[in-house]
Ligand binder design. Sequence first.
Ligand SMILES: C[C@H](N)C(=O)N[C@H](CCC(=O)O)C(=O)O
Ligand SMILES: [Mg+2]
Length: 363
Amino acid sequence: MKITDIKIGEISVPLKTPFKTALRTVDSVEDIIVEIHTDSGQIGFGEAPPTGVITGDTKGAIVGALKDHIIKSLVGMDIENFEEIMLRLNSCIVGNHSAKAAVDIALYDLYGQLYHAPLYKMLGGYQKQIITDITISVNSPREMAEDSVDAIKRGFKTLKIKVGKDAAMDLERMKAIRKAVGYDVDLRIDANQGWSPKEAVKVLTDMEDAGLNIEFVEQPVKAHDIEGMKFVTDHVAIPVLADESVFSPQDALSILQQHAADFINIKLMKTGGLYNALKICSIAEVYGVECMIGCMLEAKVSVNAAVHLAAAKSIITKIDLDGPVLCSEDPVVGGSVFDNDRITPSDTPGLGVTKVNGIRYLD
Ligand SMILES: C[C@H](N)C(=O)N[C@H](CCC(=O)O)C(=O)O
Ligand SMILES: [Mg+2]
């Protein structure tokens, strides 16, 4: 199965409500779609969101990396030589993780198609269904409490609450939410780098003292501040999960060696796709550290690849793959089925995606 062409397009999908974090506010998913065509007629699908505030990757940068480096390195290669393709993809340009992820995902899709097996089975086949949380955007305490109650009515049992804008107000936000939803719901929080280490220790200690029962806190401090994250991990009982601080397997190893966090959030757009995400899983397995699988604001092609990884690996015990359920429509035909918080990967070969509607192809 030889690669004959790699096509690039873009999709735009409005969100149900604006997505607001300590880092950004967005109204729609604006993603790059990659189609890898082969001489057998089979197509592999991939996707990359331009999440400049986290990955540094803009739409233009993703398209530039694809056109100027990645596509010309891969056309003509045979999917059977999978390791060689992955080495080439990962060495043809430094950085540019989102562009690499889109292509890596499409290649794994073809890998599954070549061997007639769904990807989650090829990668380990640990379980047939996973359960995701849903994100509550940062707003006033009253609005967030209402949004949380709505999410529970929609069937979600775990909420990922965005905080990190203002520590004192974040405490009020969490009190309002816990009061509104009661104690049968798991609450995890994501500060998206919004606090200083000392602020984080204070507000998290206040949350503990208020009996808010927080499952874990995601990325309390700046991405580069590993010492600051270790300070938080050492001084609060609430477990700390590293997100923006971990892109590569080397980042994961370094954080685990320093005991700077309790959990790792794997996102394909940070790792550059499944090839490196699998390495992080192995590192975490060695350290006995559980992982979360997360996503950016992505539609169902790339989130689908994350679903297959999560279903394959037992070390991934926390799921934050709510991108598609935040969207007001689903342009992707085939692939995993999202039913409120339940996600079931398809049992067709590869990712199971057959078409993406509404692609505007780029020359
Ligand atoms: C969408 C997902 N639940 C999420 O919250 N991801 C964010 C970053 C998303 C973005 O800004 O596109 C995270 O975990 O930090
Ligand atoms: Mg996060």
